[in-house]
Design a protein around this ligand. Structure first.
Ligand code: RI2
Length: 305
């Protein structure tokens, strides 16, 4: 898919999920670099940077998008010719997509070890990384039961229950307001992440922090899954994560309420580190307090801006 089509598909959520949008953006740059010809390196760099700007602006919260694009552009400034740059960026794009898919698989294996045989799991929204843990536990022969939240307004919970049912997993759909009540029957909560900050807070689908609070109150372990490219190095330098607000038409029909009524549609929230028992990455399970070390290991040689 070309850059503009990818941007449109990410904006209107035909392509969604923090990992998937990062892979789609990496693929869009790879496709552009492979198919286009340039007479000089400066012209190529300009097009690549324009593409980067458009792609990272398509959704503002998930840092996976920025990190994925940064990974593809890594080394561009050292290239001496268009040919060299084309070869490098094409390879970077392929490498990122491969590493990203492998990371999700690895997270599944590692996270599944935290799921006991007979466990009842609660999950929120539709996270490939979180669902991979549940599927891996199921495939290894553990009997698991899942409560999946509807996740208004986009109702990604419908995707989740379909995906898990297809695997033969015992899954129950609940409305978002049922979280605290159903927490009594839950042994472990497993969710995904869009951005992980340097102090171990996790930004994920709106409502995630409610699951965390309810889990904390009920003494239920709260586990977050995230590939290391969900970590935001910029947060180390004080940058705040922008919480995306989407159109009110996603939650209310025109004319349903008087014009004077304000409607607010933030689509992510932040869960503080103190409510998180572990973050499952492709490198292993880390405590939220260890995010900084992972960040340095993974991003030490990258430009943060
Ligand atoms: P994976 C999604 O955002 C959800 O917040 C989900 O938990 C997160 O991305 C991570 O998903 P949205 O695109 O990368 O549905 O684990 O708004 O697939």
């Amino acid at each position: 898919m070309n850059v503009d089509d990818t941007v449109t598909s990410i904006k209107n959520m035909e392509i969604r999920g923090a990992g998937r949008i990062a892979r789609a953006a990496a693929d869009a740059i790879g496709t552009m670099v492979r198919s286009k010809t340039w007479n000089n390196l400066e012209a190529m760099k300009k097009d690549v940077l324009d593409a980067k700007a458009k792609l990272i602006a398509s959704r503002p919260t998930a840092v996976s998008l920025l990190n994925g694009v940064q990974f593809v552009l890594k080394g561009l400034n050292n290239c001496k010719s268009v040919e060299e740059a084309k070869e490098l960026l094409t390879k970077n794009s392929d490498d990122f997509i491969k590493a990203s898919n492998e990371a999700v698989e690895r997270i599944g294996v590692i996270g599944s070890r935290r799921i006991k045989d007979g466990a009842t799991i609660m999950t929120h929204c539709n996270s490939s990384a979180a669902l991979e843990c549940i599927k891996a536990a199921h495939r290894s022969g553990k009997k698991v039961k899942v409560y999946a939240t509807e996740s208004r307004p986009w109702r990604q919970g419908i995707l989740t229950v379909n995906e898990l049912a297809k695997e033969g997993i015992d899954v129950t759909l609940i409305i978002d307001a049922a979280v605290r009540s159903v927490m009594k029957r839950t042994d472990i909560v497993i969710v995904g992440s869009d951005t992980i900050t340097s102090n171990g807070a996790v930004i994920n689908k709106i409502g995630t922090s409610q699951l965390a609070l309810a889990a904390n109150e009920a003494r239920v372990p709260f586990i977050v899954c995230g590939e290391t490219y969900k970590i935001s190095p910029q947060t180390l330098f004080g940058d705040m994560v922008t919480i995306e607000e989407r159109d009110i038409s996603e939650i209310i029909r025109k004319g349903e309420v008087p014009e004077s009524v304000k409607v607010f549609n933030p689509v992510f929230d932040s869960t503080p580190a103190k409510y998180i028992d572990g973050i499952v990455t492709e490198l292993g399970i880390v405590s939220p307090g260890s995010v900084y070390e992972i960040m340095i290991k993974q991003f030490g040689d990258m430009e943060f801006k």
